[in-house]
Design a protein around this ligand. Structure first.
Ligand code: ARG
Length: 591
């Protein structure tokens, strides 16, 4: 379905043509003087030079051609040559009618769906999720949903950090505590126990302790490195222990991500590609891309046009060990083989910008991807506390994600139960739903690359540019629709309702906001920009509330008019619900 502005631009283009000018001049934009008009066209100004004519003259000629036009209810040529425009109520209504009949509200589906992999989350095994894991989870999840809604085949991959020194550290500490466990006995031939020798809380206690010890005690560190090496070379006891660590950790991670409504399709990790690293490295050497530099193996990724420093991409350290880079490159190779993606999107902290540029260049240069494969890094900014500093607990440590979420849930519960009577179970559930909207909207309403301040007070407010405000608006619509259903029974099936032409300013304003959906979605997808959805629904919610405050919907006596409003409300609700789902949250029935 064509975009609203596209349609009116075409109509304007025809008028330019009819007046003897180039159709391209008819580009229409949203008015920057909403007090005067809804849309404007500056084509007459642009054409003045080319046609050696005063812009106002051109504008007047074009306006003349649009008298009695079905799309425009008002066209005025004003000095120095603007065309100020309003569209007819009928045109808007017809557009919305068409939107309503389309499952994607007018967003065109691609001719050939792409295969897209979104790499996000990236937690490390055995370390609890902390606030630093919030942004990649929220942003990545939304990007995944946007790509999917845009009609593509999408896989979200968590890309676990499951192969590093942390595994050796845990093994070392565990051995100190329980040297009798069979995992540490290299002559052991029997079956290893099914049950893990630790719980998640023990694991979370062991890891930071072992990590701290290794920093102070060289022998301890050497032991941990030895254990890591044993794991990586496949010593059975270490593998068995690793499986336990994975199972216990992943179960806990799933629970945490579930609470955030973050769902990964693939739970792959760094460990999954270790076996293919030797082949990849051998090929890079054979093809002449990888060469030795100060003992390490590197691929040069500098280009002539670079204005900034571009260090080579390291493939193997001087001791022959693989590193973060190596694993990411091998993962690209694996993904290309397994899923043939057209596009890979990575969501990480923007401090990894240079890193991903090196990786992408290296992958292209060495032929791991096709020339047309799109490699995109979405680098996000830092989430700061209200003091402007990175987020810390009261004690100064890194705050656990679970605790942060619990704090917001509590705050929301307090607000909700203060506002209205609600049974305990529902109040808790509603608080969780609304709190999630507060956190996610608070994050996603900023352009991802920007730093932002995580301000619980502001984010949980029911007023202003917040998640709870959006949900409040949806709940308000749901409640009107429910009451309408109760009072009119049989006739209340929304599909039977027919949209009417807007009877007033605020109603038309709402309709015009809704009509921006497909253009907004296209931009959100193409620019990988969830914040565009937030901006859209904020405007839409404002337009709806403005209309709501001016209109007595439930007591309207003209039943056709009333049904038209109900149809409009239903569409508003549906569009808002689709949008919040793309942001990764949902709405409660009441709040
Ligand atoms: N596990 C890494 C870390 O904690 C993040 C992984 C990001 N994704 C990637 N494909 N490199 O720093």
């Amino acid at each position: 379905m064509k975009k609203f502005l596209e349609l009116i631009s075409e109509e304007m283009g025809k008028a330019f043509e009819a007046a003897g000018y180039q159709a391209e001049l008819g580009k229409v934009t949203i008015s920057n003087r909403p007090d005067l008009c809804e849309y404007q066209c500056n084509g007459a100004m642009a054409g003045a030079k080319q046609y050696h004519k005063a812009p106002l003259m051109i504008a007047k000629e074009v306006a003349e051609k649009l008298q009695g036009n079905e799309v425009f209810s008002e066209v005025s040529a004003v000095a120095p040559g603007f065309l100020n425009l309003k569209v007819t109520e009928k045109f808007v209504k017809d557009y919305l009618q068409e939107m309503r009949a389309d499952a994607k509200f007018g967003l065109d589906m691609p001719q050939r769906p792409q295969m897209i992999i979104v790499d996000y989350g990236g937690p490390n095994i055995a370390k609890p999720l902390h606030v630093g894991h919030l942004r990649p989870a929220i942003i990545g999840e939304s990007i995944k949903r946007i790509c999917r809604f845009a009609g593509h085949k999408v896989l979200g991959d968590i890309h676990l950090g499951d192969w590093g020194l942390q595994m050796g550290l845990i093994a070392t500490e565990l051995k100190k505590r329980h040297p009798e466990l069979p995992y540490f006995d290299e002559s052991y031939q029997g079956e290893y126990p099914k049950e893990a020798p630790f719980t998640i809380s023990e694991l979370e206690e062991i890891y930071p302790l072992a990590s701290a010890k290794s920093k102070e005690d060289d022998a301890y560190k050497a032991e941990a490195m030895e254990a890591t090496y044993k794991l990586q070379t496949g010593v059975p006891g270490m593998r068995a222990l690793w499986n336990h660590i994975m199972n216990v950790s992943v179960t806990d991670l799933k629970r945490n991500y579930d609470d955030l409504k973050v769902e990964f399709d693939l739970w792959k990790g760094e460990s999954d590609v270790q076996d293919i690293i030797p082949d990849m490295v051998a090929k890079m050497k054979k093809d002449g891309f990888a060469h030795e530099s100060e003992g390490a193996l590197v691929v040069d990724v500098k280009e002539e046009t670079d204005t900034k420093e571009m260090p080579p991409c390291m493939i193997l350290k001087s001791d022959g060990a693989a590193l973060y880079n190596t694993t990411d490159l091998a993962t690209i190779m694996d993904r290309m083989e397994q899923y043939q993606p057209d596009k890979l999107i990575y969501v990480t902290d923007k401090r990894q910008n240079l890193y991903f540029e090196q990786i992408f260049r290296c992958a292209r240069k060495t032929g791991l991807v096709k020339p047309e494969t799109q490699l995109i890094h979405i680098g996000f900014g830092t989430m700061n506390s209200t003091g402007g500093k990175p987020f810390k607990t009261r004690e100064g440590g890194v705050m656990r994600l679970e605790n942060l979420i619990r704090e917001i849930n509590e705050e929301m519960y307090r607000k909700i139960t203060e506002n209205r009577e609600m049974e305990e179970g529902e109040a808790r559930e509603t608080s969780r739903i609304v709190a999630l909207s507060a956190v996610k909207y608070g994050d996603l309403s900023n352009q991802a690359s920007k730093d932002y301040i995580f301000d619980i007070d502001r984010f949980t407010s029911f007023e202003g540019d917040t998640g709870p405000y959006i949900l409040y608006t949806i709940v308000r619509i749901k409640s009107i629709l429910k009451k309408y259903g109760e009072q009119s029974g049989e006739n209340s099936v929304p599909a039977k309702m027919v949209l009417q032409e807007a009877a007033g300013e605020s109603e038309k304003g709402l309709m015009l906001e809704i009509a921006k959906f497909n253009a907004m979605m296209e931009a959100a997808y193409e620019e990988v920009a969830p914040h565009k959805i937030c901006a859209y629904i904020y405007d839409l919610a404002n337009a709806f509330n403005h209309f709501y405050h001016e209109t007595k919907i439930l007591t309207e006596e003209d039943s056709e008019k009333q049904a038209g409003w109900i149809a409009l409300l239903t569409l508003t609700r549906d569009v808002l619900e689709v949008c919040i789902d793309l942001l990764g949250f949902s709405s409660p029935e009441r709040m």
